[in-house]
Unconditional design. Sequence first.
Length: 282
Amino acid sequence: MTNEELIQQILSKYREVSREEILERFETEKEKTSGLIEEETLWRLIAAGYGIETCKRRTMRRMSVNDLVAGLNDVTLTGLVIGVFPPRTFDGKRSGKVANLIITDKDATLGVVLWNDNVDLIDSGELKAGQVVRFSHGYTREDREGKVELHMGTKSRVEVNPENVKAEEYPSLSKFATRINEVTETRNSIHIAGKVKEVFPLSTFKRNDNSSGKFLRLSLTDETGEIPVIVWNEKAEELEKVVKANSGLKLVNAKVKEKLDGELELHVGSYTYFEVLERLDF
Protein backbone atom coordinates (compact mmCIF):
# COMPACT_ATOMS: atom_id res chain seq x y z
CA MET A 1 0.00 0.00 0.00
CA THR A 2 1.47 3.38 -1.03
CA ASN A 3 1.64 6.45 1.21
CA GLU A 4 -1.02 8.14 -0.92
CA GLU A 5 -3.34 5.14 -0.48
CA LEU A 6 -2.89 5.37 3.29
CA ILE A 7 -3.76 9.08 3.20
CA GLN A 8 -6.89 8.38 1.15
CA GLN A 9 -8.00 5.67 3.59
CA ILE A 10 -7.62 8.09 6.51
CA LEU A 11 -9.55 10.81 4.66
CA SER A 12 -12.37 8.44 3.77
CA LYS A 13 -12.66 7.20 7.37
CA TYR A 14 -12.39 10.61 9.05
CA ARG A 15 -14.28 13.26 7.09
CA GLU A 16 -13.28 15.93 9.64
CA VAL A 17 -9.56 15.37 9.04
CA SER A 18 -7.88 17.31 6.23
CA ARG A 19 -5.00 16.25 4.01
CA GLU A 20 -2.95 19.15 5.42
CA GLU A 21 -3.45 17.88 8.97
CA ILE A 22 -2.19 14.41 8.01
CA LEU A 23 0.87 15.81 6.24
CA GLU A 24 1.58 18.11 9.18
CA ARG A 25 1.36 15.16 11.57
CA PHE A 26 3.81 13.24 9.40
CA GLU A 27 6.33 16.09 9.46
CA THR A 28 5.92 16.47 13.24
CA GLU A 29 6.50 12.76 13.89
CA LYS A 30 9.43 12.74 11.46
CA GLU A 31 11.05 15.58 13.39
CA LYS A 32 10.42 13.81 16.73
CA THR A 33 12.14 10.65 15.57
CA SER A 34 15.11 12.54 14.09
CA GLY A 35 15.07 10.31 11.04
CA LEU A 36 15.45 7.11 13.06
CA ILE A 37 12.36 5.55 11.45
CA GLU A 38 12.09 5.06 7.69
CA GLU A 39 9.38 7.17 6.07
CA GLU A 40 7.44 4.10 4.90
CA THR A 41 7.33 2.73 8.45
CA LEU A 42 6.43 6.15 9.85
CA TRP A 43 3.46 6.43 7.47
CA ARG A 44 2.25 3.02 8.62
CA LEU A 45 2.54 4.06 12.27
CA ILE A 46 0.52 7.20 11.57
CA ALA A 47 -2.10 5.14 9.74
CA ALA A 48 -2.27 2.77 12.71
CA GLY A 49 -2.93 5.77 14.94
CA TYR A 50 -6.03 6.47 12.85
CA GLY A 51 -7.09 2.83 13.10
CA ILE A 52 -6.07 1.96 9.53
CA GLU A 53 -4.75 -1.59 9.19
CA THR A 54 -1.83 -2.22 6.85
CA CYS A 55 -0.45 -5.41 5.40
CA LYS A 56 2.94 -4.86 7.05
CA ARG A 57 1.96 -4.75 10.70
CA ARG A 58 4.86 -7.08 11.45
CA THR A 59 7.24 -4.14 11.09
CA MET A 60 6.11 -3.19 14.57
CA ARG A 61 7.76 -6.34 15.92
CA ARG A 62 11.17 -5.10 14.87
CA MET A 63 10.90 -1.82 16.74
CA SER A 64 13.50 -0.87 19.33
CA VAL A 65 13.19 1.52 22.27
CA ASN A 66 14.84 4.29 20.22
CA ASP A 67 12.10 3.97 17.57
CA LEU A 68 9.28 4.82 19.96
CA VAL A 69 7.40 8.10 19.99
CA ALA A 70 4.25 9.00 21.91
CA GLY A 71 0.92 8.13 20.27
CA LEU A 72 1.76 4.77 18.72
CA ASN A 73 -0.66 1.85 18.88
CA ASP A 74 -0.09 -1.91 18.55
CA VAL A 75 3.58 -1.72 19.56
CA THR A 76 5.50 -4.94 20.11
CA LEU A 77 9.07 -5.12 21.40
CA THR A 78 11.22 -7.34 23.59
CA GLY A 79 13.46 -6.21 26.42
CA LEU A 80 15.34 -7.19 29.55
CA VAL A 81 13.67 -6.14 32.80
CA ILE A 82 16.07 -4.19 35.03
CA GLY A 83 13.57 -2.79 37.54
CA VAL A 84 10.19 -3.86 38.95
CA PHE A 85 8.13 -1.58 41.20
CA PRO A 86 5.44 -2.80 43.64
CA PRO A 87 1.89 -2.84 42.23
CA ARG A 88 -0.55 -0.14 43.34
CA THR A 89 -4.35 -0.05 43.42
CA PHE A 90 -6.49 2.90 42.34
CA ASP A 91 -10.14 3.85 42.73
CA GLY A 92 -12.48 5.93 40.61
CA LYS A 93 -15.06 5.25 37.93
CA ARG A 94 -13.04 2.11 37.30
CA SER A 95 -10.95 0.66 40.09
CA GLY A 96 -7.95 -1.47 39.28
CA LYS A 97 -4.23 -1.89 39.76
CA VAL A 98 -1.09 -0.68 38.04
CA ALA A 99 2.63 -1.44 38.19
CA ASN A 100 5.74 0.04 36.60
CA LEU A 101 8.79 -1.62 35.08
CA ILE A 102 12.04 -0.38 33.61
CA ILE A 103 13.38 -2.41 30.71
CA THR A 104 16.28 -2.17 28.31
CA ASP A 105 16.86 -3.42 24.82
CA LYS A 106 20.18 -3.17 22.99
CA ASP A 107 19.89 0.59 22.58
CA ALA A 108 18.21 2.32 25.53
CA THR A 109 16.05 2.00 28.64
CA LEU A 110 12.26 2.41 28.72
CA GLY A 111 9.51 2.72 31.32
CA VAL A 112 6.65 0.21 30.97
CA VAL A 113 3.25 0.52 32.68
CA LEU A 114 1.22 -2.63 33.31
CA TRP A 115 -2.53 -2.32 33.92
CA ASN A 116 -4.93 -4.63 35.77
CA ASP A 117 -4.66 -8.31 34.74
CA ASN A 118 -1.10 -7.85 33.49
CA VAL A 119 -0.08 -6.85 37.03
CA ASP A 120 -0.85 -10.42 38.17
CA LEU A 121 2.49 -11.48 36.67
CA ILE A 122 4.25 -9.38 39.31
CA ASP A 123 1.95 -10.43 42.15
CA SER A 124 2.61 -14.09 41.37
CA GLY A 125 6.37 -13.58 41.19
CA GLU A 126 6.49 -14.74 37.57
CA LEU A 127 7.79 -11.41 36.28
CA LYS A 128 10.89 -9.99 37.99
CA ALA A 129 14.14 -8.20 37.27
CA GLY A 130 16.62 -10.10 35.12
CA GLN A 131 14.03 -11.71 32.84
CA VAL A 132 13.45 -11.16 29.14
CA VAL A 133 9.88 -10.15 28.36
CA ARG A 134 8.05 -9.67 25.06
CA PHE A 135 5.45 -6.90 25.18
CA SER A 136 2.85 -7.22 22.42
CA HIS A 137 0.03 -4.88 21.34
CA GLY A 138 0.97 -2.04 23.66
CA TYR A 139 0.58 1.71 23.13
CA THR A 140 2.87 4.64 23.87
CA ARG A 141 2.23 7.79 25.90
CA GLU A 142 4.32 10.60 27.36
CA ASP A 143 4.98 10.49 31.10
CA ARG A 144 4.92 13.58 33.34
CA GLU A 145 8.42 14.51 32.28
CA GLY A 146 7.70 14.22 28.57
CA LYS A 147 9.49 10.89 28.10
CA VAL A 148 7.91 8.06 26.11
CA GLU A 149 6.63 5.05 28.05
CA LEU A 150 4.93 1.85 26.92
CA HIS A 151 1.51 0.95 28.34
CA MET A 152 0.13 -2.58 28.42
CA GLY A 153 -3.66 -2.62 28.67
CA THR A 154 -6.53 -5.06 28.25
CA LYS A 155 -5.65 -6.06 24.67
CA SER A 156 -1.93 -6.27 25.38
CA ARG A 157 0.07 -9.44 25.96
CA VAL A 158 3.05 -9.82 28.30
CA GLU A 159 5.16 -12.93 27.65
CA VAL A 160 7.88 -13.78 30.17
CA ASN A 161 10.98 -15.59 28.83
CA PRO A 162 9.70 -16.01 25.24
CA GLU A 163 11.11 -18.85 23.18
CA ASN A 164 14.28 -18.31 21.14
CA VAL A 165 15.26 -15.21 23.13
CA LYS A 166 17.98 -15.29 25.81
CA ALA A 167 18.90 -12.78 28.49
CA GLU A 168 22.53 -13.03 27.40
CA GLU A 169 21.57 -11.34 24.14
CA TYR A 170 20.82 -8.12 26.01
CA PRO A 171 23.37 -5.82 27.65
CA SER A 172 23.49 -5.55 31.44
CA LEU A 173 22.73 -2.33 33.27
CA SER A 174 26.43 -1.45 32.96
CA LYS A 175 25.89 -0.21 29.39
CA PHE A 176 23.48 2.46 30.62
CA ALA A 177 24.94 3.13 34.08
CA THR A 178 26.64 6.39 34.97
CA ARG A 179 30.00 6.41 36.74
CA ILE A 180 30.18 8.59 39.84
CA ASN A 181 32.68 11.03 38.30
CA GLU A 182 30.19 11.53 35.45
CA VAL A 183 27.53 12.87 37.86
CA THR A 184 28.07 16.56 37.13
CA GLU A 185 24.57 18.07 37.09
CA THR A 186 21.07 17.62 38.50
CA ARG A 187 19.03 14.95 36.71
CA ASN A 188 15.61 13.38 37.19
CA SER A 189 16.68 9.89 36.14
CA ILE A 190 20.00 8.12 36.50
CA HIS A 191 21.13 4.49 36.68
CA ILE A 192 24.17 3.92 38.85
CA ALA A 193 25.92 1.17 40.79
CA GLY A 194 28.75 0.88 43.28
CA LYS A 195 29.91 -0.33 46.65
CA VAL A 196 28.36 1.00 49.84
CA LYS A 197 31.13 2.61 51.87
CA GLU A 198 29.13 3.60 54.96
CA VAL A 199 25.52 3.39 56.20
CA PHE A 200 24.20 5.88 58.76
CA PRO A 201 21.32 5.17 61.19
CA LEU A 202 17.73 5.56 59.99
CA SER A 203 16.40 9.01 61.00
CA THR A 204 12.95 10.58 61.27
CA PHE A 205 11.72 14.08 60.48
CA LYS A 206 8.54 16.14 60.75
CA ARG A 207 6.82 17.44 57.65
CA ASN A 208 4.97 20.78 57.48
CA ASP A 209 1.67 18.98 58.12
CA ASN A 210 3.15 17.39 61.30
CA SER A 211 3.26 13.94 59.75
CA SER A 212 6.45 11.93 60.16
CA GLY A 213 8.88 10.79 57.51
CA LYS A 214 12.07 8.75 57.47
CA PHE A 215 15.37 8.92 55.64
CA LEU A 216 18.54 6.87 55.43
CA ARG A 217 21.94 8.26 54.49
CA LEU A 218 24.73 6.24 52.95
CA SER A 219 27.78 6.81 50.77
CA LEU A 220 28.31 5.03 47.46
CA THR A 221 31.67 4.52 45.78
CA ASP A 222 33.05 3.14 42.55
CA GLU A 223 36.50 3.24 40.97
CA THR A 224 35.93 6.88 39.93
CA GLY A 225 34.75 8.51 43.13
CA GLU A 226 32.24 8.75 45.98
CA ILE A 227 28.80 10.32 46.28
CA PRO A 228 26.26 10.68 49.15
CA VAL A 229 22.86 8.98 48.83
CA ILE A 230 19.63 9.87 50.65
CA VAL A 231 16.88 7.24 50.72
CA TRP A 232 13.37 8.37 51.66
CA ASN A 233 10.46 6.91 53.63
CA GLU A 234 9.32 3.39 52.61
CA LYS A 235 12.43 2.86 50.50
CA ALA A 236 14.57 3.84 53.50
CA GLU A 237 12.86 1.22 55.66
CA GLU A 238 13.26 -1.44 52.96
CA LEU A 239 16.92 -0.67 52.27
CA GLU A 240 17.93 -0.45 55.94
CA LYS A 241 16.96 -4.11 56.41
CA VAL A 242 19.23 -5.43 53.67
CA VAL A 243 22.10 -3.03 53.06
CA LYS A 244 25.43 -2.86 54.91
CA ALA A 245 28.92 -1.51 54.38
CA ASN A 246 30.72 -3.18 51.43
CA SER A 247 27.44 -4.34 49.87
CA GLY A 248 27.02 -3.86 46.15
CA LEU A 249 24.12 -1.54 45.33
CA LYS A 250 22.34 -0.90 42.03
CA LEU A 251 20.04 2.11 41.71
CA VAL A 252 17.70 2.38 38.72
CA ASN A 253 15.94 5.70 38.13
CA ALA A 254 17.48 7.66 41.01
CA LYS A 255 17.55 11.47 41.03
CA VAL A 256 20.53 13.82 41.27
CA LYS A 257 19.95 16.93 43.38
CA GLU A 258 22.14 19.81 44.50
CA LYS A 259 22.79 20.43 48.19
CA LEU A 260 22.91 23.92 49.73
CA ASP A 261 26.69 23.89 49.51
CA GLY A 262 26.53 23.18 45.79
CA GLU A 263 27.60 19.54 46.04
CA LEU A 264 25.55 16.84 44.29
CA GLU A 265 23.84 13.86 45.94
CA LEU A 266 21.62 10.97 44.85
CA HIS A 267 18.02 10.71 46.05
CA VAL A 268 16.13 7.42 46.21
CA GLY A 269 12.34 7.45 46.51
CA SER A 270 9.27 5.53 45.41
CA TYR A 271 10.34 6.13 41.79
CA THR A 272 13.64 4.25 42.26
CA TYR A 273 14.35 0.53 42.00
CA PHE A 274 17.24 -0.77 44.07
CA GLU A 275 19.01 -4.11 44.26
CA VAL A 276 21.52 -5.08 46.94
CA LEU A 277 24.18 -7.57 45.84
CA GLU A 278 27.02 -9.39 47.52
CA ARG A 279 29.11 -8.50 44.49
CA LEU A 280 28.62 -6.28 41.49
CA ASP A 281 28.60 -7.69 37.97
CA PHE A 282 30.38 -4.56 36.74
